[in-house]
Design a binder for this molecule. Structure first.
Ligand SMILES: Cc1cc2nc3c(=O)[nH]c(=O)nc-3n(C[C@H](O)[C@H](O)[C@H](O)COP(=O)(O)OP(=O)(O)OC[C@H]3O[C@@H](n4cnc5c(N)ncnc54)[C@H](O)[C@@H]3O)c2cc1C
Length: 586
């Protein structure tokens, strides 16, 4: 069977051994050089400035952004014909990952290069791209993205900002207030969403001009070096040629840009988590208690095992998604007028995976920083040590780019929609699930997975159970399923576990020589995934009355026992590797 890149949600119906993607082992020389340049910049320029940035010094992030522009990091996603580098999405994620050594800079960079620039790249017309993109690529101009309002956060379509055509037809007159807008203190322009005539949700490019009133800097829990302000538009005149896309179609821009923003957030989480693991290893090797380095203690090593396994899972999903987007773009001419339309479709195709990456990324980096802080004991609570700032900075990852609650709704909602539309053969799989699950312990031979045969079998069962429960719940509740959020949350969590383990396993078959090492995080993730899915299913069974779910979960737990998974042993081995290599070892 020919191996293939996966389209959106296909992970549920394909076996990981039959898939391809580019994982870090497969990066090209160009990818590695770009990563190294970004790493050097982060180390030499961003890190030394971190303490001063945290003193509410917003100028530093701005200056660093300009320096990043000189090195081309802000031009990665911009097409060459508009002054950018037009690189692939792997490069884009790599730069984001490697520059994430400080939250304040990270969010400043992300707001400018991502949500502040990409709406023009993907939805702008030629004139708008030619006018703005070269200056955004070089950071001659700094951009921001203004969607949220005081009364419209998650419910973004309920914004009140309005845009009315002037009597002479030359301008849209903007009125309204936006809340929590990153980079506003020094932005030269904003991508603003407003309702034309009060009801047609539409995007605009708004340059700094008369009538734009900035609120004071928000006093935030973290990200103290990034600018976050309310922005009020009072009769602001926006030239009609600055309308982005089509009137009434602004939601397409807002949501599509959030998709790629979610993947970038996950890439940043990879970088942040790797750095914190490194800090924790360094500190615990030096710190002695009871006459031993604290890194000797089992409970500290358990943390390293968990941290490393999760980072491996997260890294696998981020680059799998990025390379699958790149694959969909192969064969299209980058210089053609409609190339960016293909890019945006390729991103849209993976919207479920992007939301999975956002939720798993934000929760993984949160967990890793929390454990790194714990490894530091009391010193972890002190500003001088890296985890303190990282802890405050990372919390917001679960809130912006769509809260994790909203993303969990996207995961199940979009998956079921794709299934109903027939984009993936979900209903066909559902039809077979009951038969397969009744005989799950012996229904298929996974020996082609070699040392991973037990894990592959468990993964297959996890997927079938999740599909069975998800489609079953859809048929039981129909339209009311939307109101069953506690159920949807359990389904989303199961889907996340399936995708992470699927990607972790698939990665090995891309570089079989690495199995000896990769097997440890994979077995830890398998344990975590399978125990989570089976208890999720027990809860769903108890609530919905789908009795066979209970039996199927029991079979899954029996399979875990038979598979001989031994997470404590795996964490002992993995933490030893982490300590030997002074951090994330892969
Ligand atoms: C530091 C920072 C920077 C930001 N930068 C920007 C920016 O540059 N541009 C921009 O436009 N916005 C920005 N935001 C805003 C951010 O995107 C919003 O805060 C976020 O979307 C959540 O909206 P909200 O704060 O109004 O929360 P709400 O939507 O009021 O949510 C409150 C709680 O209710 C939950 N909830 C809401 N609806 C549902 C539902 N249907 N089902 C289940 N639970 C639900 C939420 O998950 C959350 O837990 C930023 C915010 C911060 C803190």
């Amino acid at each position: 069977m020919e191996k293939k890149y996966l389209k959106g949600c296909e992970f549920l119906v394909e076996e990981p051994i039959n898939t391809v993607a580019v994982y870090p082992e497969g990066f090209t020389e160009e990818h590695r050089m770009l990563a190294k340049t970004a790493e050097d910049f982060a180390e030499k320029e961003i890190l030394p400035n971190a303490p001063q940035m945290d003193e509410h010094n917003y100028e530093i992030a701005k200056k660093l952004l300009r320096k990043a522009g000189e090195l081309g990091f802000t031009a990665v996603d911009i097409p060459e014909k508009y002054g950018g580098l037009g690189l692939d999405k792997i490069s884009s994620m790599l730069v984001t990952e490697k520059l994430e050594v400080n939250g304040s800079f990270g969010v400043t960079f992300g707001a400018h290069t991502g949500i502040g620039t990409l709406p023009i790249v993907y939805f702008g017309n030629h004139e708008q791209k030619a006018k703005y993109l070269p200056d955004l690529a070089s950071v001659k101009k700094i951009s921001a993205y203004a969607l949220t309002e005081p009364s419209a956060g998650s419910d973004a379509l309920s914004i009140k900002t309005r845009a009315d055509l002037s009597p002479d037809g030359k301008f849209y007159i903007l009125n309204g207030t936006k809340q929590f807008i990153t980079n506003s203190g020094f932005a030269d322009m904003w991508i603003v969403f407003a309702k034309v005539g009060g009801d047609k949700f539409t995007g605009f490019i708004v340059e700094k001009t008369e009538g734009i009133i900035l609120g004071p800097e928000e006093k935030k829990m973290g990200l103290k070096g990034s600018s976050t302000r309310a922005v009020t538009f009072e009769d602001v005149k926006v030239p009609v040629e600055n309308l982005l896309g089509e009137i009434g179609k602004g939601h397409k821009i807002a949501f599509n840009i959030l998709n790629i923003g979610r993947l970038k957030l996950a890439a940043a989480a990879v970088g942040g988590a790797k750095r914190m693991l490194k800090e924790a290893v360094k500190y615990t090797k030096e710190r002695k208690q009871f006459n031993r380095p604290v890194s000797d203690f089992g409970m500290i090593r358990r943390k390293f095992g968990d941290m490393c396994a999760r980072i491996y899972g997260l890294e696998s999903i981020v680059y799998r998604i990025a390379s699958s987007i790149d694959d969909l773009l192969k064969g299209y001419d980058k210089s053609s007028a409609d190339y960016e339309v293909h890019v945006r479709n390729a991103i849209e195709e993976h919207c479920v995976e992007d939301s999975i990456a956002k939720v798993y990324g934000s929760e993984t980096v949160g967990m890793v920083i929390d454990e790194a802080l714990q490894c530091h004991g009391g010193y972890g609570y002190i500003e001088e040590y890296a985890p303190e700032r990282a802890y405050r900075d990372a919390r917001v990852n679960r809130i912006f780019e769509g809260t994790n609650e909203i993303n969990r709704l996207v995961i199940t909602g979009m998956l079921l929609r794709k299934g109903m539309k027939g984009d993936i053969p979900l209903m066909e799989l559902y039809g077979k699930c009951e038969g397969i699950l009744s005989n799950i312990e012996g229904y298929a031979d996974f020996s082609k997975y070699g040392d991973l045969s037990d894990v592959a079998h468990l993964l297959d069962a996890m997927k079938k159970l999740t599909v069975y429960a998800g489609v079953g719940a859809g048929m039981k509740y129909m339209k009311e399923l939307e109101e069953e959020q506690m159920l949807l949350e359990l389904l989303s969590n199961s889907l996340i576990s399936c995708y992470v383990l699927d990607s972790a396993v698939a990665r090995v078959f891309q570089s079989p020589e690495r199995i000896k090492e990769f097997i440890h995080p994979i077995r830890i993730l398998a344990w975590e995934g399978v125990t989570s899915v089976s208890t999720n299913m027990l809860q769903i069974s108890a609530y919905t009355g789908m009795k066979n779910l209970k039996d199927f979960s029991a079979s899954l737990l029996r399979m875990v026992e038979k598979a001989g998974l031994n997470p404590i042993e795996e964490k002992k081995v993995l933490s030893k590797i982490v300590l030997e290599r002074d951090g994330y070892p892969f």
